[in-house]
Design a protein around this ligand. Sequence first.
Ligand code: C2E
Ligand code: MG
Ligand code: MG
Length: 517
Amino acid sequence: MYQNIKSPMPSKIRVISLSAFISLLLSFVILSVGLYLYLLKDLEEKTLTAESILTDRMDTILVELKGVAQSATLSCEKEDVRNLIEKSFYSPMFKEYGLFNEDYRVYCSNFGSQTFTIYSSIADRIKESKDGITVSLVQSNTLGHQTFFAFYQGENGIGVNGLAPPKSLVVELEHLFSTQYPYNLTVGKRVLSSQEANSDYSVLSQRTVTLDEWTMSLVVSLSSYLYWDYFCQSIPLFAILWLLLFAICCAIFWSVLYYRYSLPHSLRKAIKEEAMDVYFQPIISLNDQKARDMEALIRWKSPYHGQVSPLTIIEIADRLGLIDDLTWMVIRKVGCFYRENSAILEGVSIAVNVDRHSLLEESFIPNLQGILAEYPELKGRLGLEVTETSALNMSDLPIMVSQFERIKALGIELSVDDFGTGYSGLDFLRRFPYDVLKLDRVFVSSFQDDQFTRQILTSVTKLARELNMKVVAEGIEEQEQLDAIKELGVDSVQGYFFSVPLPGDQIIQWLEEKTQK
Ligand code: C2E
Ligand code: MG
Ligand code: MG
């Protein structure tokens, strides 16, 4: 009856292809973003280094220019010219110097007397500068089309300009950025670009450094070219990352699926959603052959595991701490059953199985009262069947007795279930005021042949009668068993001989047929 159906877990191929796809996507995202962040950091660091290189370089230039200005006069005699030649000879950067006066007229250079005026825009920048300095990138007769000029005007009005090939200014920057990071160096008003700055690429990010006093600024770019170059180089890393993530994804998928499709998880969900069924088995009174009582039995067909045995349900629910929830669910379903079939169930009591440990809990009685208030049709018709599956702790004894009294005060009949198999003995019966004693079916099956069982059952029924308890024999499957058990003088019988446990609608049909007969 309780066989497993094929689990509808997603196939291995689906899990593997999904893991492969997700890990591929993740590897791509991780690598793309990681690489971008790495290059941004590198750009940041290189730009900071470039800033300190430029600052140092301009500081050195200023020292050089100040040195020339200090030794200069307003004349351009041979001595002055020689002085300029000597200074440029020893300069690591400048190939030529020029001297200018307060009117920004160049009157002397390495090549002797000169008479030309510095561009007004350059003169303005010198005037605006706190230290009397600026730079520009203009044509010169000696160094050609683009010559780097650095200007300094001392407090005495004598100014110096140094001329150098632009390369000497950026040689360290070229080395720092190599071909990787294109940059634009603005010198005065003109822009000096790295070779790559002109190539065809899109800019992903930029960093800017400014040397305001010198009217210089440096813009360094992170190009898409560099990014893709690095990306292509990272393909082996990408493959390793993909493999690693694939393994992790597979492991996560399998564990999640294993958990989702596991029996405990499905059972927890079913109890929470009250997605279980309750079947009913009639208990026949031997007095008038009527089904005055029924037992409610849990049934559950898991979508993934098929029909699950009630004993397994109880064991797992107990382990998950959900046994009480299960009890309340069954009692509620019994309440609904009464509500929907009030006429035919008139005078029929239904007993629900309860775990003994649940009875000991403080909250048991209030919860029970709550359900009785919710389903008034249960009042006077609900019974509880308790199986003594473990020995009762001596300290629990008084609690148990008081709980029994409170339950009985609610009009609920208490049965001792599976009597003879658990821990319930004759002494136990005396201590607890049960209303019904249910003889376990192992007795019924061995009753006919075993003289010893016959003797035990005779004394048990005698004692039950003395204690005003009704006796029910469980597990009657054949007419012979029924005949034999009748001799014992039990009150009621239950078993497949009369009916197997049936779902609500079928038991109603069974009751109707029985009434008609
Ligand atoms: P139980 O309370 O002793 O219930 C009687 C069991 O005997 C039922 O098994 C019933 O189907 C079976 N039975 C009835 N007549 C015959 C018969 O003639 N021959 C045979 N071989 N079996 C018969 P089921 O439904 O498998 O339940 C097994 C046990 O699971 C129950 O034993 C009860 O201890 C527990 N159980 C079932 N439903 C619940 C529930 O809602 N709550 C709790 N706590 N336990 C439950
Ligand atoms: Mg029972
Ligand atoms: Mg039983």
